[in-house]
Design a protein around this ligand. Structure first.
Ligand SMILES: *Cc1c(COP(=O)(O)O)cnc(C)c1O
Length: 411
């Protein structure tokens, strides 16, 4: 902490900033009453100088610690060279990023976007165009999962399995049918000769931290092959090493035709991508079908290049594999202690504790005590820490969280 922080003059600055913010920003979030200012490793600091242990990582974004020298220097160097060119030109960082992303994903073709939702939009357009080129129809259907989350733009929203998010904005584009994850009969019931794609998260994030079973993944893959529709995996949250393999599907060996990625891909620089196999690329989006002003610009692409380099150099995925069993066992201990914790589920460093009641109070209390957590639905605490999290960080997190849970159950 620097000396000029947390002085009497600074205290209270945060409250004034929040008051300002609420006058100007559209109120689409009930934000925590904290203004974050800077970060260092696993810790964040607010404008009043208070320190927080971070188990949220900007919603599964920050893979490394905050303030990473190597990452920041790479971004600064790119800023001084060139930030933006438009996609009418090639740029070196994007060429590097695409090559590296192909390597780690095993997919063949990359389109860079600015966010997760945009990656989903592109994936859906590619799937529909692919089907259109096959049969010339304009009435294709898409199968999505209940409790899924794919983003807030219209196309992404149309496949998001949460009526609360969709309802006020109807009608939705496209014809979408919802099945249930890990229930292959519910998928079969949705298939028709108009089905062009099935989109799902390999581990559902927002909707409650629910991993797909390997059996379910294998079954949707063979249904897609038999019935001639495409399989889209949304790896925006569960990808980038979070579950112990670079992309969650790789652990199961069930490869999608189209895949999305974002969140940790830029480690804070807004960038996403959708990727596809050569087979789909050869017969879907062509010149003029899709575009973006910013997508894959030199700054964003330089971030992707550096992120993927650092993953390799620092063995990030191996670290996730190594630390996850410890994390799971400590969460299981917590579950055993409190009858109000019904379940622990997830994969790798994407974990959820399911409570028998809303977790809002516990999370607010943890925040007061210097621990940042998020929920997934009202009754689930979601743990998506930076991927560099250590055993000591996990122990510290539990030292703060345990009394907050005790307090909730002694009310
Ligand atoms: C966060 C998320 C999105 C949306 O990403 P944005 O960058 O917020 O648009 C899409 N899919 C999944 C699985 C996500 O977790």
């Amino acid at each position: 902490m620097t000396a000029d922080r947390n002085t009497d003059a600074e205290t209270g600055k945060m409250a004034a900033l929040i008051e300002e913010a609420e006058k100007d920003l559209l109120h689409t979030y009930n934000r925590y009453q904290i203004v974050l200012d800077r970060g260092e490793g696993m810790y964040l600091f607010d404008t009043d100088g208070k320190r927080y242990l971070d188990f949220m990582a900007g919603i599964a974004v920050f893979a490394f610690g905050y303030g990473d020298r190597d990452f920041n220097d790479a971004l600064k160097a790119q800023i001084d060279r060139i930030i933006h060119t438009s996609n009418y030109f090639y740029n070196e960082p994007a060429i590097c990023a695409a090559k590296h992303l192909k390597q780690v994903s095993g997919m063949d073709r990359v389109f860079f976007t600015n966010s997760g939702a945009e990656s989903v939009e592109g994936a859906l357009k590619a799937a529909v165009k692919h089907a259109y080129l096959k049969d010339g129809r304009h009435d294709h259907e898409i199968i999505a999962m209940e409790h899924s989350f794919h983003g807030r733009t219209y196309g992404a929203l149309s496949v998001t399995g949460n009526e609360k998010y969709r309802d006020p904005f109807g009608p939705m584009p496209g014809d979408v049918k919802f099945a249930r994850i890990n229930d292959i009969d519910s998928v079969k019931a949705c298939i028709s000769d108009k089905t062009c794609a099935l989109i799902m998260e390999v581990v559902q994030g927002e909707g409650g931290v629910i991993p797909a079973t390997s059996e379910f993944l294998r079954e949707v893959r063979s249904l897609a092959d038999e019935r001639g529709f495409l399989l889209i995996f949304d790896e925006v949250q569960c990808g980038m090493g979070r579950t112990g393999s670079m992309y969650a599907w790789q652990k199961y060996g069930v490869k999608p035709d189209i895949m999305t990625t974002a969140k940790a891909l830029g480690c804070g620089v807004p960038v996403g991508a959708f990727l596809m196999t050569e087979q789909v690329a050869g017969s879907s989006l062509a010149a003029g079908d899709h575009g973006t002003t910013y997508g894959g610009n030199p700054l964003a692409a330089a971030a992707v290049c550096k992120v993927l380099d650092l993953y390799e150099e620092r063995h990030i995925v191996e670290h996730v594999q190594e630390i996850s069993p410890y994390f799971e066992s400590r969460l299981d201990e917590l579950k055993a202690e409190f009858p109000g914790i019904i379940d622990r589920r997830g994969a790798g460093l994407m974990q959820g504790l399911v409570f028998d009641r809303p977790v809002k109070g516990i999370i607010a209390d943890a925040m007061d005590h210097g621990l940042i957590l998020i929920n997934a639905g009202s009754d689930i605490i979601r743990f998506v820490p930076p991927l560099i999290v250590s055993r000591e960080n996990i122990d510290e997190m539990l030292r703060i969280l345990r009394p907050c849970i005790e307090k909730e159950y002694s009310r």
